[in-house]
Design a protein around this ligand. Structure first.
Ligand code: SF4
Length: 316
């Protein structure tokens, strides 16, 4: 588990006053191996050399050993400090610094050095910027295209709430996948994603597909936050009505005693039921396992998604 204080700095000032909540012991199906492989260290070296941040580290992702051993790192752009304060998230909150003009080229260099077939690029929320960081996202996409033209690009963006024209800038840069996570069911937004609006996020996904119907769209939720199964089904229906292609569902894990508690650990069998239900509702691709994260196996899953959509279109 990571700590709320790091290098003498409080990572989550808005959570510091909260009483500690008991962190539940993880069930056997959640346990992961410690990262030890040489490829893991090589990935780490490339990330450090290019001065980049990853959500794998900042969010204390349990899959880091497996993903980095395959050189799959998810870049987190626009700094390591987020302007929102979601109760589940381990990324530090506060006042971020200025954008790094060299970041697009550094990300592109790292993608080329890692030899990635598919890259996921995400960011902190930048409510402090007029465009929410959309132009910077576009610059990163363009730089990666130039340095690694064969690499497919997935962006996992913030919601660009009250940032007129931001989504258009990102879509115009032509990522292969536009991903924006709903994170949870609408009833829990007030406690889980207080700075966000469920229907705004849904509309963002819908608009992305309308702006470019060739774009693949993707969204995900965490379970184990206190949602009901019928509420998860409603989110699936909402996402299908926004023509979202790919749904991810994973178990929420509590990063520190100050974060949102785990309501329960959903069993692998229940995840399987969610997967079946989601495919039944028409998603082209579904990933639903306890360790699923937006970027987990994203390259392999993108290939499956592309194949599945092509087959459905061919079948009329
Ligand atoms: S699942 Fe995503 S965030 Fe986690 S280690 Fe893998 S690439 Fe990084």
């Amino acid at each position: 588990m990571t700590d709320i204080i790091e290098k003498g700095r409080v990572r989550h000032p808005e959570k510091a006053h909260r009483p500690d909540q008991e962190v539940k012991r993880k069930p056997a199906w959640i346990r992961v191996k410690a990262p030890v492989s040489p490829a893991y260290h090589e990935t780490r070296r490339i990330i450090r050399e290019n001065g980049l941040a990853t959500v794998c580290e900042e969010a204390a992702c349990p899959n880091i050993g497996e993903c980095w051993a395959k050189k799959h790192a998810t870049m987190m752009i626009m700094g390591e400090i987020c302007t929102r304060a979601c109760s589940f998230c381990n990324v530090a909150t506060g006042k971020p610094g200025a954008l790094d003009p060299f970041e697009p080229v550094n990300v592109a260099t790292a993608v080329a050095s890692l030899g990635l077939k598919h890259v996921v690029i995400t960011s902190v929320d930048r409510d402090d910027l007029d465009d929410g960081g959309a132009a910077h996202f576009a610059a990163v996409i363009e730089a990666v295209r130039e340095a690694a033209p064969e690499t497919t690009i997935e962006v996992l963006t913030p919601d660009f709430l009250r940032k007129e024209g931001a989504l258009e800038l990102v879509v115009a840069a032509k990522p292969d996948v536009f991903n924006h996570n709903l994170e949870t069911v609408p009833r829990l937004y007030g406690e889980v994603r207080p700075g966000a609006r469920y229907f705004h996020s849904l509309r963002l996904l819908d608009q992305a597909k309308r702006l470019d119907p060739t774009l693949f769209t993707k969204s995900g939720i965490m379970v184990g936050l206190g949602e009901g199964k019928e509420e998860v089904a409603q989110v699936m229906d909402d996402l299908r009505s926004a023509d979202v292609d790919f749904l991810t569902i994973g178990q929420y894990l509590q990063p520190t005693p100050k974060h949102h508690v785990v309501d329960r650990f959903v069993t692998p069998e229940e995840f399987k039921l969610y997967e079946t239900q989601a495919f039944g509702k028409g998603f082209h691709m579904v990933a639903a396992t306890p360790l699923t994260r937006s970027s987990y196996h994203a390259g392999e899953d993108f290939e499956r998604l592309r194949t599945a959509r092509a087959a459905k279109l061919a079948a009329g």
